[in-house]
Write a protein that binds this ligand. Structure first.
Ligand code: ZN
Length: 166
């Protein structure tokens, strides 16, 4: 932590946690793709969202102008202006200094941090060709989904680069 760091103005995404409102499911997924800790629930009442965000020290990402004005969220809320997911991602990356260093270290489905898994441990659960061609696997401790390198992964990385450039 640098000496000139202002309170409430993080210079890097390191350690930041977010809660995306129900309109920002796609943004939440892309943020998870680059390794950000982002909780998201498709339907959650404003009051419950605020409670949970405060309790877990998460910054609320919202497109709801009423939610932004909630006094309890003062300084803990970021208004996402654009309806376009590429612009949304760009806005949060710029505002919070996020980077893609944690690319695919988090489950896209449930936000848990992935754990390295041995090929032996996952071979029954991945397609045979994947088992033959891949050596590195990770698994979500929460939902059990298995991740591996491959063309899909490269495609996602390219898509992120494209979104952040645009
Ligand atoms: Zn999961």
């Amino acid at each position: 932590m640098g000496a000139g760091r202002l309170a409430g103005a993080p210079v890097s995404g390191e350690g930041l946690k977010f809660f995306a409102d129900s309109m920002l499911g796609k943004l939440a997924r892309w943020m998870r793709t680059i390794g950000c800790d982002v909780e998201y629930e498709r339907s959650i009442e404003d009051g419950a969202l605020i409670e949970r965000a405060l309790r877990e020290e998460r910054i609320v990402l919202t497109r709801d102008t009423l939610l932004v004005r909630r006094r309890r969220l003062k300084g803990r809320c970021f208004f996402v202006e654009s309806p376009i997911v590429a612009d949304q991602l760009k806005a949060v990356v710029e505002r919070f200094g996020l980077d893609s260093a944690g690319f695919l270290t988090r489950c896209l489905r449930c936000n848990a941090r992935l754990e390295r898994a041995a090929k032996e441990a996952v071979k029954e659960r991945v397609p045979p060709y994947v088992c033959q061609t891949q050596d590195e696997f990770s698994v979500c401790p929460k939902c059990g989904r298995i991740y591996w390198a491959g063309t899909h992964r490269e495609g996602m990385l390219r898509e992120i680069e494209r979104m952040l450039k645009g």
